[in-house]
Design a protein around this ligand. Sequence first.
Ligand code: ACM
Ligand code: ZN
Length: 772
Amino acid sequence: MNFITIKTILLFSFFSLFSVIVRTQSNEYPIIPVPAELVPQKGSFTLNDKTQLYFQNTMDSSFEEAFYLFREHLKRSTGFDLPKANTNSGKNIIICKLNTNLEKDEAYKLLVSRSKIEIEAKTPIGLFYALQSIRQLLPMEFEQTTLSTSTKWNIPCCVINDAPTFVYRGLHMDVCRHFVSVEEVKKYIDQIAMLKLNTFHWHLTDDQAWRIEIKKYPKLTTVGAYRNRTLQGHNNDYPRVWDNTRTGGFYTQEEIKDVVDYARKRFVTIIPEIEMPGHATAVVASYPELSCSGGPFDVEGRWGVFNDVFCTKDETFSFLEDVLTEVAALFPSPYIHIGGDECPKVRWKRCHACQQRMKDEGLEDEHQLQSYFVKRMETVVHKLGKRIIGWDEILEGGIAPDATVMSWRGIAGGISAAKQGHDVIMTPSEAMYFDFYQSSLHTEPLAIGGYLPIERVYAFNPYVKELEPKDLKHILGVQANTWTEYMPDAQHREMMVFPRVAALAEVGWTSEKNKDFDSFAIRLPKLMKRYDIMGINYSRAFYSVVGTAINDGGLKLKLSTIAPETSIHYTTDGSDPTLSSPIYREPIPVGEKEMVVKAISVKNNKVMYIPYERSFIANKAGGQKVVFENADGVRFEQNGSGNLTDCTMGGRPVSRPDWFSYAGTDGSITIEFEKLTSISKITFSSANQNNVLVYSPKSINFLVSEDGTTFFPVGAVWHQQMAAAKGKAIVSFTPKKVKKIKLEIAMYGIIPNTEPNSGEMSALFVDEIIVE
Ligand code: ACM
Ligand code: ZN
């Protein structure tokens, strides 16, 4: 045996040993987020009606308060009271000790032995977090609201030394697009506290509603909290369909105080967001004098970005100061979020007051006017003893001196802000938008678009590699955002948040070196069982079948799931797969005949998620090499591969999966056949969905080459022809033997004056090139 094989075997056994440890540990200690250090020990501690509780006398009453909820919860499901002990010397005891040597306020140590549990914390929050870990080590029946008499309340022995990586770990919820009741908000606070998240970002105002009672401006809620109609279906779908029911709701200041107090007891800070200067339709519908044009306006029933924003006249600033004064008094949070995103400048450009403001203040353009607006509001917020957070648009035109930035349009804003010495919360849409689809199935309930399976949430590291070490201290942490346009009810919202929020928790808490998706994937189903008991309608997309077209001696479909201990059963004859359908073992040849592959994931003889389904169009381009050239533009990541020769059409509308998309200069697409192939027809399939800036090309020249270098034209198609043929360009010709085909694409480019969205850059969405 040579050295290399020995090394390989050693390495291999190290890895398999490692994975056994990961599996055992993750099974027995399924804590999410995974603790910084956890050393398993033999045996377990058993809670019973004799178990006592002891607070070391140097702890003050705030520690006992931090214990209160756990004790109440425990009483419900176990019936045990945890009577207070007089000394710490006995057995069957939980001892809480103050440890001022712990570095971080949220840190804790936990020792579970057969005879006692010891918790060390520096602050009540550390104690609270130790109890969340104990909770997840207890049998899941702990989550019941009724007594479970048959459960043995064992906690596996261990030593835990734990602290978070990031100080800011947040979940955001938009309660404007759809109203979220106080009760539901509290449910989110319960759940994020269990996962050691510490911030709830309450998005309280937007175009579609104003949700917080402001005593000085009653119309904000009598008018602004209600709308007369709500768009149904996707914002990009035409013709529009409306639900004409008047809907709405708001929180009284008493309710807000109640929620804030509820959160405080769970060590969750609530950051209120009051949007400005954009997303203000509900305000100007209530007080039209705060707009540039004077209105009148309706509270908006569509989704998107709207032009009637706050005017920059003095009345607006007095109004906002009054509003924020009431807001600041309600929320103990050190921050107020002032929005700042997506503020169109068209009204300001034509407004006398706004133009005068620019002159008076020496502002060069409307971006600087926005910056002026935010800076002026920052001084108001400072006067109220707080600091501002804003979305990354607040960088435009110059950032306010003390602002914290939420980087949502990717990570660039966060990097730039950190470089300028500003604090940053990373919440990039591609990793942290819980309104995106969770699987690539075309049958998932309607979402805004995008693709964010749980493993992508998990993979995000807020310390993005583009940051310089000196700037890392500005990265306070991470947040996921729940925009609710397409989440009309509580059940739907839960499905979008859970369990992705568990991955978020580990991103915020766990250091990069301790993150391990395989271990998370073992712990997650145990959390899901708790969710079952708690009645949380979590998504099972974690179990979805994922299909990837590969070229492996012809086009093949590879099926997989990220969930452990899951098998895949499939059919290729159009029938619905069942437990007795063949088990998937290797990639399935596709593309040689019309076929549909359907597949289910199965665990313990149960079908785990809605079936995967993908239709393949037989054609000669299937699996052949494609090259896109001249790509000096923006590629949009679209749910699915965007592969042009995978024999799969894109979902429609284009917010659905499987598109190749691009905005930029003219380009070409070349398909190279493995061998000389006789062809007589080429179909280029694109989307022409102009309302969302998606345009078929201006023109396409189709060329073919027998030797791979010299090309001959075989046809050309113009935009009008494609528009009339639902985005398709088809050329037919006498059969030719070819090595390559090339499509020279003239992009539609800037949208002309005659069309909606004129002046904007159009995008090209192509799903497939079919060759016959
Ligand atoms: C945002 O998603 N408009 C912050
Ligand atoms: Zn104005």
